[in-house]
Design a protein around this ligand. Sequence first.
Ligand code: NAP
Ligand code: GLV
Length: 306
Amino acid sequence: MQITFCCAATDAEPWLNELRAALPGATVSLWQSGAPAADYAIVWQPPQVFFDEQPQLKAAFNIGAGVDALLRLNIAPTTQLIRLDDAGMGAQMAEYVCHALIRHYRDFDADDTDQHAGIWQQREVLPRSEMPVGIMGLGVLGQRVAKAVAQFDFPVNGWSRTAKVVPGVRCFSGADCFHDFLAASRVLVSVLPATPATRDLINRDTLQRLQPGGYLINVARGSQLVEEDLLALMESGHMAGAALDVFRTEPLPKDHPFWMHPKIHITPHSAALTIRSESIAQIASKLAALHSGKPVAGLVDRQRGY
Ligand code: NAP
Ligand code: GLV
């Protein structure tokens, strides 16, 4: 079995070594233009020429959860696209969202400011019933986040394309229920994939429908947020702030107003990083399943866009 590896901005050597150890029956090589035809690929943001030269691939394993970059390319319909499901990202996403939510809810930033000013001051805490959290996307990562938030006794709403039942979560589904979901939420968390349907979804109208003093946590993709609408609603006081991990342009341009905004926390698209060992273990087990004709989790539906 020939496996080709083509991952932008990734140190290939440790991946190649660990893949070779995990797949002793396979030949694993770093792709370069003109490389021989492979059976399978392991990719992250590959260039179009990669798929142009490898139309025979049976499957391409994306070493991330989001496949938006892959779906912008022309890929032979016979190549199955398979994404990571969880592979260690669920726990990271849960800790990121809980951290951002609790920092905001408990106003820990104000405690930091007080510390540096030498001020000893306690603050009142709102009842949790006044901080309902709405999670958009109840897939592999969204459900993990929802369960973690529910552990802290916040009311949790969830919204997905198709109906779901998640213990401890009030579930809404489809476009018809979107406004009800927003009206029931004060904190909005996005764990949605980037698709044509989710582009610009977090806009002025969406944010205005949140309960006053809204807070946004975007750990999904920057294309979902109309950034100037968020800034305007923070100016008006409707939105209390945001924790943003993803942006329309990444890296975030040096002169972007988010950098210095007092109510915005930013991180460099690192809410849930790919963990090499867990990803390789998952890919190895999916390859074995593919070989024995068993179903594989994380198959991308190109029509749906995720
Ligand atoms: P997933 O398992 O495919 O879940 C996607 C969820 O979104 C599903 O519940 C799906 O609904 C819902 N959804 C999709 N389109 C929708 C729409 N138009 N309206 C309502 N709901 C919709 O994906 P995942 O593994 O949880 O990952 C989610 C995303 O997180 C990735 O696509 C990626 O963009 C992002 N991500 C970011 C980082 C980071 O570090 N910032 C790391 C990893 C992933 P159904 O269940 O009904 O299909
Ligand atoms: C990271 O953003 C991913 O999609 O895995």
